[in-house]
Design a protein around this ligand. Structure first.
Ligand code: SAH
Ligand code: SF4
Ligand code: F3S
Length: 459
């Protein structure tokens, strides 16, 4: 008997892609393929791509080019594309990447992947499967049994809201991920349960603008009441998942938007024990002028008001953010406003991105007039600010005891272990004998760096 064909996945982009890759891996395992020991030995390599910035697309195209060139020495190699670039490039991708076996949209992929791979292994080339059109969006086929990876992660993701209805001027996501569609809470509970059954303890619910969960084209099922008295869909969902799946020690949701920071949501974060005191709340800019141009739907004061309500309502909350530097027309004054707003928000962590014009977005019609060197400078200034701020935020933990879910050996020093707090802070500590991933450990924090806490476990 010959060995089953093997596959490898290469993932770019956001957590939604991480989750989709994991799902595709499970489907391929269920279809009889085996995970390759390395990409170099795989019979099938799937690239799960991101379109959000030009750099991300260049990386994926470079990768695909290399893989297709490797065909010269590996003639049967199947190379497939999925993720946001599959939608953005459409069938045109076969002209850009000669030799590509197939391309499939991220929503279509779960149902189509096994057949596409089987046909490609038999020699089929050039098949494109687009995502379903709005309205006909098929719900995901149920998860296949089996296909559990050797070391399932402690932290796991579950998509609750596909697509995005906001139209931020710079963003390609709405055009590659389609209209918003909220998943049924029972399907979400089932998936969270399946995640915990294979070892997940920290589950993050995903949506591009996650607080819009259940706000369009959706009715909360009548037979799912809220004992805590919530009326809004996201607080109800958090309550439901926490109640139905007690194995979830931690529940998060991302990404947030100030408009979604309602009193109910703040109460849900405070009163549901599994829901973490942590929120990723992209700010993008601190300049009212730029925020208006970006069509973000808030000004700096509105953003900071959401921050204030979160800090008042959720003790010890950690806030993280995304910021774009060098949006068209961003002046030194706008940039300084961003610096001040970041300081006022007191972010625990921040991701800074250099503006990248994306085809078809409203802002791509504006001149990309901040020179790259200046974008780089602003990026570095914000990162240096954040380093100091992150150090200050983390110093507040020194001497306190943090509840940490152990994940495994630390990347830097495998003799020690790392884990995460509810605030999503990484804590490095010496593992007690017999410690297993997913165990809850109490760690007294002894020292801090901008991105990491160090400490000693209590007996
Ligand atoms: N849905 C999420 C963001 C998804 S994209 C949200 O709205 O919060 C992740 C981040 O990439 C964004 O928050 C933004 O900071 C950045 N980004 C998006 N489009 C970009 C572009 N054209 N250039 C540079 N950064 C961009
Ligand atoms: Fe893009 Fe804005 Fe939607 Fe986020 S909320 S995915 S930035 S359009
Ligand atoms: Fe990228 Fe698509 Fe996510 S564009 S950020 S992979 S939704």
């Amino acid at each position: 008997m010959s060995a089953p064909p093997s596959f490898a996945l290469h993932t770019y982009g956001c957590q939604m892609n991480v989750r989709d890759s994991d799902l595709l891996a499970r489907r391929l395992r269920a279809a009889g393929l085996a995970e390759a020991a390395s990409e170099d030995e795989a019979d099938v390599v799937l690239v799960n791509s991101c379109s959000v910035r030009e750099k991300a697309e260049e990386k994926a195209l470079g990768k695909l080019g290399l893989l297709c060139a490797a065909r010269r020495s590996r003639p049967g190699l199947v190379v497939g594309l999925t993720g946001c670039m599959a939608n953005r490039l459409g069938p045109g991708v076969f002209g850009l990447v000669p030799g590509l076996s197939f391309s499939v949209g991220p929503r279509a992929a779960p149902a189509a992947i096994a057949g596409l791979v089987r046909d490609a292994l038999a020699g089929a080339r050039g098949r494109f499967v687009p995502d379903p059109a709005p309205g006909e969006a098929a719900s995901e086929p149920p998860l296949p049994d089996g296909g559990v990876p050797a070391a399932p992660p402690v932290q796991s993701y579950v998509t609750i809201l596909y697509g995005c209805n906001r139209r931020c001027s710079y963003c390609i996501v709405p055009s590659v991920r389609g209209r918003e569609e909220s998943r049924d809470p029972r399907a979400i509970v089932a998936e969270v349960r399946a995640e915990t059954a294979r070892g997940a303890r920290d589950v993050c619910l995903l949506g591009q603008s996650v607080m819009r969960y259940g706000l369009s084209g959706f009715a909360w099922p009548e037979n799912l009441p809220s004992p805590m008295g919530f009326t809004e869909p996201l607080p109800r969902l958090l309550e439901l998942v926490a109640r139905e799946v007690p194995e979830v020690l931690r529940l998060r949701f991302t990404s947030g938007h100030p408009a979604g920071v309602t009193d109910e949501l703040v109460r849900a974060m405070r009163e549901i024990p599994a829901v973490c005191p942590h929120l990723h709340l992209p700010m993008q800019s601190g300049s009212d002028r730029i925020l208006r141009a970006m069509r973000r739907g808030y000004d700096a004061a509105g953003y900071l008001d959401a921050v204030r309500r979160l800090r008042e309502g959720v003790p010890d909350i950690a806030l993280t953010t995304d910021v774009i530097v060098g949006y068209p027309g961003e002046t030194e004054e706008d940039f300084e406003a961003t610096r001040r707003a970041m300081e006022a928000a007191d972010f625990d962590n921040a991701f800074v991105f250099k503006y990248s014009p994306r085809p078809g977005t409203p802002s791509s019609l504006l001149e990309d007039d901040v020179p790259d060197a200046e974008k780089r400078r602003r990026d570095q200034v914000l990162l240096a600010d954040q380093d100091a701020r992150g150090q200050r935020c983390n110093d507040r933990w020194v001497g306190r005891v943090a509840e940490v879910i152990a994940e495994g050996p630390s990347l830097r020093n495998p003799a020690r272990w790392s884990g995460r707090t509810g605030q999503n802070k990484i804590v490095v500590f010496d593992p007690a004998p017999g410690l297993r991933p997913g165990d809850l450990v109490r760690v007294r924090i002894a020292s801090a760096r901008p991105q990491t806490l160090y400490g000693d476990p209590l007996p």
